[in-house]
Design a protein around this ligand. Structure first.
Ligand SMILES: [Zn+2]
Length: 219
């Protein structure tokens, strides 16, 4: 029993980690971050700080799949039009990260993998959609020989609702101050990229201020 939580260091996975800790307890929750050659280290550094903040077991694994930066680079515009997905998506990334988490879960004796896919991801990323998650759950159960569940607690939630959930979860607000969402790797979030804009929208919808923008805790 227990859960492996894919912790990118961003806002959604931070909220899911706090949710899992409440759901499964600290002894049965394992955070997993995956270094796949992200363009900057800010997210992974944030993941380390967030796991420390929650005092949860944390592993940073790495994967190097050198298919012309396949886990980092988005589709080219032509392909994305044909596949009917956003040009920003990275093909199969979530599918690969979920597979690694399922393997780690089998090793750690956990029967659940938690991912921070949210409503907005469902629109853009085919491997965040409920149909894929349920197919992957079936495939991983066959692959490991043990029942395994994929849980995406934010899947039906907009950003505003996730911010409200974060308010209710113990320790989550302080952890959000440590999280990193920006696609760029500057000293401070740029405030302009689509990730920064979506994050700011979420806090605005919930009528809250982003603790990462208001506290020194982000240091
Ligand atoms: Zn940004």
């Amino acid at each position: 029993m227990g859960a492996v939580v894919l912790l990118s260091g961003g806002m959604d996975s931070t909220i899911v980690l706090a949710w899992a800790l409440r759901q499964y307890g600290r002894d049965f929750t394992h955070a997993l971050s995956i270094d796949y050659g992200q363009r900057h280290a800010r997210e992974l550094e944030a993941a380390v700080r967030i796991a420390k903040h929650f005092r949860v077991s944390h592993r940073v694994a790495s994967v190097r799949i050198d298919l012309a930066g396949s886990l980092v680079d988005a589709y080219d515009a032509d392909l994305s039009r044909r596949a009917n997905v956003s040009p920003d998506i990275v093909p199969m990334r979530n599918a690969i990260l979920l597979s690694m988490a399922a393997g780690y879960a089998a090793r750690a004796g956990a029967d659940t993998v938690c991912i921070g896919a949210c409503e907005m991801d469902v629109a853009g990323f085919p491997d965040c959609r409920p149909e894929f998650l349920s197919a992957a759950q079936h495939a991983f159960t066959l692959a490991t020989g043990e029942p395994i569940s994929i849980v995406a607690p934010l899947l039906a939630m907009g950003k505003g609702a996730t911010v409200k959930l974060a308010r209710e979860l113990p320790g989550c607000w302080d952890a959000l101050a440590l999280s990193w969402t920006c696609y760029r790797g500057g000293e401070q979030p740029c405030g302009e990229c689509s990730a920064c804009v979506a994050r700011a929208d979420g806090f605005a919808h919930a009528g809250e201020c982003d603790p990462a923008m208001t506290e020194e805790a982000a240091e």
